[in-house]
Design a protein around this ligand. Sequence first.
Ligand SMILES: Nc1nc2c(ncn2[C@@H]2O[C@H](COP(=O)(O)OP(=O)(O)O)[C@@H](O)[C@H]2O)c(=O)[nH]1
Ligand SMILES: [Mg+2]
Length: 208
Amino acid sequence: MASLPSDVAVPSGVVTPDQSADPPESAPITVKIVIAGGFAVGKTTFIGSISDIEPLSTEAAMTEHSLGVDDAGGVSDRKSSTTVAMDFGRIELPGNLWLYLFGTPGQDRFHFMWDDLVKGAIGAVVLVDTERLESCFDAVDYFEARQIPFVVAVNCFDGVARHNLDDVRAALSVRDETPVFYTDARSRQATKQSLVALVTLAMQRIQG
Ligand SMILES: Nc1nc2c(ncn2[C@@H]2O[C@H](COP(=O)(O)OP(=O)(O)O)[C@@H](O)[C@H]2O)c(=O)[nH]1
Ligand SMILES: [Mg+2]
């Protein structure tokens, strides 16, 4: 690009090439969090309640083809669609910090995706429906075996806590240092608290 000779005054209001570019914005710091749990525990709802962007969801109608293939965990009345690959949401925080939320697919036949989903994640929120505790065993085992920090968030369907947290902890036999608490996947505030609990745990791990 031709530059102006240095002795030619630049008329006021004319933007020179040096001024035209906006100062380079620093790249955001991104933090990846996985939202896991069994079928219909509220993962898609959880991400939708807090994401700043319209969550990218890969819901598909459940048809009779899934019968005998996917374990609907006895809650097929609760669901007419399901997440076939994953959910994705984003939260922008002050300080150019972005949280990315990745929801796991609930069906067993998508377990092969988990290794990719958890890559680079600081940890996971395992959502639990106490009426179907067994549906989150896989998730708990997965994160424990890989020493990935996780918290157990008991989703209170209909706002009712049906089991006390010590019983849930004992039934899942999670370690004492693993936080176990109630949440409501539909509530932004409750969802936020769950994420804060996970980030706090992950930071404690990093700091040893
Ligand atoms: N009453 C109640 N319903 C919920 C709650 N969380 C999710 N649901 C409903 O339960 C169903 C399954 O939730 P979804 O988020 O799709 O579960 P996912 O399979 O884990 O993604 C949906 O119809 C939700 O609207 C909750 O905390 N309370
Ligand atoms: Mg879902």
